[in-house]
Design a protein around this ligand. Structure first.
Ligand code: FAD
Ligand code: DLZ
Ligand code: SF4
Length: 511
């Protein structure tokens, strides 16, 4: 008998470890463990989502005729760690070997490898073929390149899978249609609601468990509306393709107060956990283009996120771990402000994005990048604390995707492996792409003084503070030449405003 160990983000019926599984003789093993729910104190909605999706998946496997041992969190004897539970299962069933699809995170991979040595049992660790580029393929692409830019990797992936191709050329003549994308939401559009599922008995039991055991974790547990089965996730995918994809490109960067979902897909949590397959999302979007149901700028933009960014991010993670975890190019060490947890800040953009994160365990990319991330970058927050926060608060967070996005994309803490320049910006970008500034206590048009938008002076202060590290970055040449032309009084005013802001933060005042 073989034991197939399935982890909580491996809920795919086509998983490599399930290939060849013998329903009569083999045993599928899954376990809920406290260690996974608390190594960072995940958002309550995320834990409920993972446990409910795991329980539904186990039921589906049983209905298909497989033998499944499923350990619930509050089952008697649960040792609450993967190692402890696997050891118990091995003692109980004495299988001849363990089959496992490789864990998505370095931490868990090392734990399983350690266990394999300790227990001296053959482990058949199979590649995770749900990803579209293998680790080896990415490493080969990266080898010898001066710069690892996503755009070039993405073109290789388009060719490899023949997606949006016209022979050897990209559909429509361009690889990328971003110049047609990223409009602010001017007129009030009727943004459709996101997928909202019913709570069934399995989910109800999980919600009660999470409310009881993880009451002190961040975030609102209810209302709970995520899809927790493959059928529900497929419905959510179709809903996106039918209702939102056509505007995905146009409003990809737009932020509107009271509209957390915009025209994004809200599929990352389902893809990351295995309920949806990345390629089926890409194929459905391409089919919508072929049927004239969505324009090329929207479809290409969406496909680039999955076939390009998602795979590239995972490639960087495995290329750079474990060193990537401790990168800190700027030597940033400021503590995370308390308002990251309770949204009590007068900066309306941050208040809106953090409140929505707390309610939904979701914020869209530009909120994560240009509002929260931008603030973390220009105020010099500690990469360790920022990474922990992002791992906690989003339902789609796993280290393989969270870490490169935070350390590389927002904090530039890797010194430019992932991005060619830091994504720092003043309040004018937020004002252009959102309606947040209209209801803010600060004035985005003011550059200095207590009424000024803090992003305005913190942006310049960041460039001044990190001059030595950034002065040779050719993409910042124009900005530094503007800075060098600024008169002394202006530079002093920027520094004084930033100092006052940091002092207020340190004193726990509401900024
Ligand atoms: P859409 O805007 O609809 O995009 C479609 C899909 O493309 C997503 O579902 C996702 O699978 C993929 N995608 C888009 N951008 C990225 C990216 N930069 N990296 C990887 N995949 C991408 N994504 C996560 O899945 N988990 C995380 O923990 C995570 N942390 C992030 C932290 C920061 C600081 C930033 C800037 C981005 C982070 N992202 C993360 C990437 C991106 O913001 C989310 O994937 C996206 O917001 C999820 O919402 P959506 O499904 O509506 O995405
Ligand atoms: C995120 C998560 C949580 C909260 N709990 C569990 C769990 O109890 N059991 C489980 O198998 N997986 C869980 N997960 C997902 C894992 O963290 C994820 O599968 C690994 O980190 C992948 O390396
Ligand atoms: Fe944010 Fe500044 Fe606009 Fe206020 S004025 S919402 S702080 S960008």
């Amino acid at each position: 008998m073989k034991l197939v160990f399935i982890l909580g983000d491996q809920l795919s019926h086509t998983l490599s470890s399930l290939k060849g599984c013998d329903a009569e003789h083999d045993l599928i093993f899954m376990c809920e463990v406290n260690e996974e729910a608390t190594y960072v104190k995940h958002h309550k909605k995320k834990i409920a989502f993972v446990f409910s999706a795991m329980r539904h998946f186990a039921e589906e496997l049983k209905q298909k005729g497989f033998q499944v041992e499923y350990i619930k969190l509050d089952d008697n004897g649960n040792t609450n760690s993967f190692s402890g539970e696997l050891k118990r299962a091995l003692e109980k069933y004495k299988p001849e070997s363990v089959i496992l699809t490789e864990p998505s995170e370095y931490r868990v991979l090392k734990e399983v490898e350690g266990l394999q040595k300790d227990l001296d049992i053959p482990v058949d660790m199979r590649p995770d073929d749900r990803f579209l580029a293998t680790k080896e393929e990415f490493a080969k692409w990266a080898q010898g390149r001066k710069e690892l830019r996503m755009e070039y990797f993405y073109r290789e992936m388009r060719k490899k899978y023949n997606i949006l191709m016209d022979g050897d050329s990209p559909q429509g003549g361009n690889w990328n249609y971003d110049s047609e994308n990223r409009k602010p939401l001017k007129e009030r559009l009727n943004v459709p609601d996101t997928y909202k599922g019913q709570v069934d008995d399995i989910t109800r039991e999980v919600l009660d468990l999470v409310a009881d055991k993880f009451y002190d974790h961040f975030g609102d547990l209810e209302p709970f509306f995520f899809a927790v089965t493959r059928d529900q996730a497929l419905y959510a995918l179709d809903k996106f393709i039918d209702e939102r994809l056509c505007f995905f490109g146009d409003y990809q960067d737009a932020m509107v107060q009271g509209e957390p979902w915009m025209y994004h897909s809200h599929l990352s949590l389902y893809i990351n956990i295995g309920l949806l397959n990345a390629m089926e999302c890409i194929e459905k979007a391409e089919a919508a283009y072929k049927q004239n149901a969505a324009p090329l700028n929207a479809v290409e933009g969406f496909i680039r996120q999955i076939l390009g960014w998602r795979e590239y991010i995972r490639g960087i993670y495995w290329l750079k771990m474990p060193e990537y975890e401790t990168e800190n190019f700027f030597g940033a060490d400021r503590e995370l402000p308390w308002f990251f947890w309770d949204a009590h800040t007068q900066m309306n953009c941050l208040r809106q994005c953090i409140t929505e994160t707390k309610e939904n365990a979701y914020a869209h990319h530009i909120q994560r990048l240009m509002v929260i991330g931008n603030f973390a970058l220009i105020t010099g927050l500690s990469p360790e604390e920022v990474n922990e926060w992002y791992m906690i608060v989003y339902a789609d967070a796993y280290q393989w995707v969270e870490l490169p996005n935070v350390t590389g994309m927002i904090l530039f803490a890797d010194g430019g492996v992932l991005g060619s320049k830091p994504y720092a910006s003043s309040g004018s970008y937020i004002n252009k792409m959102s309606d947040y500034c209209k209801s803010c206590r600060y004035k985005v048009s003011k550059k200095n003084g207590p009424e000024a938008c803090p992003f305005n002076y913190l942006y310049w202060d960041f460039l001044i503070r990190n001059h030595d590290k950034l002065k040779n970055n050719h993409r910042l040449g124009m900005i530094y030449s503007t800075l060098h032309k600024m008169d002394k009084e202006k530079v002093e005013a920027i520094k004084e405003d930033a100092e006052r802001f940091f002092r207020a933060l340190e004193n726990g005042e509401k900024v």
